[in-house]
Design a protein around this ligand. Structure first.
Ligand code: FEO
Length: 404
């Protein structure tokens, strides 16, 4: 059965929702699903903007057949060639052999690398600033390299104000009938998953996103719809969305608050983390989030690290090193280029307490623009009452640092 939504006159969402895939990119859990968005413009020519994951190809085909009727599909614009969007290209070429493919040079290169048989079809290579007319609609192509792959571009249709934004402004969570940002409680129900999507997928490429935001600023007054490849279409509150993207891509915290991530083997480091959280709350901090790195997928930890201004790492020493899952969290923060945070450290070790020095070394030497507070809480096996002053001193140092 077809399942389409009208975005605006002559423009339709023809994508699909996916609740079966458990791991996006086979690594990030998506318990609330994901949508693969594709959009069909019915002008003098029919134009599809991107395709969908192979698992959703049948739904896309039914949607197209419903809207096209006897018409053929004339053009396919590929803004992003990653297979969660590009995988259905070859099937469309089989069904619509006269389909004209419009993409960047690198996108065509990737199609061939992935083994798609595109040669022999009409291929139109476009670059920044090029335009294409389909009848009443003329679109302009905007290069967006590394948002999130090197071939990515955005397409802007001045006639209806639709910006096809590829992965930019996307989110995890299946749409399930909803389409627009004003049909969901975004800040309450979607923001955490939008941040988790951005920070884990595109987070590394902040400077490229900043460049793209600069280009978008030039046409902001003309944008009426932001049509990403995942998540809701934005037709209001663009300032809210752009503010979030600006903060995330500048590695600026969204909230003055404290994330406490602990790595605990027998519950003693966990108890110290809980005691610190209670002290912080007692002292008036209203934003404290505590996570066990052993049972929280690192994609959630990354999202929270991008959200908060302060991060407490509490780790046992393991084989004279940092506890492996904590080390993995540090490595992921580094890989995703997180910057401009203040860290506090809590260390534990029963006979050779090393984790504090090692975490400090990692932050100082491997990460950019980070501050580590001098106050450190150290314990041998477990935290005893004689450490109450040190615990309080650490909480005070974090509170003081949040005020400056
Ligand atoms: Fe949703 Fe970079 O693909």
């Amino acid at each position: 059965m077809y399942c389409v939504r009208e975005v605006t006159k002559d423009l339709y969402w023809v994508g699909a929702n996916d609740h079966r895939t458990t791991l996006f990119e086979n690594i990030h859990p998506i318990p609330r699903g994901v949508s693969y968005n594709a959009y069909l413009l019915l002008d003098e020519q029919s134009v599809l903007f991107d395709t969908v994951d192979w698992s959703a190809c049948r739904q896309l085909l039914e949607n197209l057949e419903h809207l096209l009727g006897e018409r053929a599909l004339d053009c396919l614009v590929i803004n992003h060639m990653e297979p969660d969007h590009g995988a259905s290209i070859e099937e469309l070429l089989r069904r619509y052999p006269n389909l004209k493919l419009i993409a960047t040079e690198k996108a065509f290169m990737l199609m061939r690398q992935f083994g798609f048989h595109v040669d022999g079809h009409e291929l139109v290579e476009v670059k920044e600033g090029d335009t294409c007319t389909f009848g009443g609609h003329t679109v302009t192509f905007i290069a967006a390299p590394m948002v999130h792959w090197p071939e990515a571009m955005l397409t802007f249709d001045r006639a209806n104000g639709a910006l096809f934004s590829a992965d930019a402004f996307g989110s995890f969570i299946a749409l399930d009938g909803k389409l627009f940002n004003d049909e969901v409680a975004f800040d309450r129900d979607w923001l955490d998953e939008a941040r988790r999507y951005f920070t884990n997928i595109v987070g590394k490429y902040g400077p490229h996103v900043q460049k793209l935001l600069g280009k978008a600023a030039g046409i902001l007054d003309q944008i009426k719809f932001v049509c990403p490849l995942h998540g809701p279409v934005w037709r209001s509150d663009l300032g809210y969305l752009i503010d979030k993207y600006d903060k995330w891509s500048r590695y600026a915290p969204e909230e003055q608050g404290v994330m406490i991530a602990y790595a605990s083997m027998y519950g003693n480091t966990e108890a110290a983390a809980q005691a610190l959280a209670a002290r912080l709350c007692e002292k008036g901090c209203t934003k404290v989030a505590v996570y066990d790195v052993s049972n929280t997928h690192v994609s959630y930890l990354i999202s929270e690290a991008f959200k908060y201004s302060h991060i407490v790492l509490a780790s046992v020493t393991y084989n004279l090193g940092i506890y492996p899952v904590m080390h993995n969290f540090l490595a992921d923060m580094k890989a995703l280029n997180l910057q401009n945070r203040t860290f506090a450290l809590v260390e534990n070790g029963s006979w050779a307490c090393k984790s504090g020095d090692l975490m400090q070394k990692f932050i100082d030497e491997e990460m950019k623009n980070m501050t580590v507070l001098n106050e450190r809480l150290s314990m041998a096996s477990s935290l005893h009452a004689d450490k109450a002053v040190e615990l309080d001193t650490l909480a005070d140092a974090i509170m003081d640092s949040m005020r400056t």
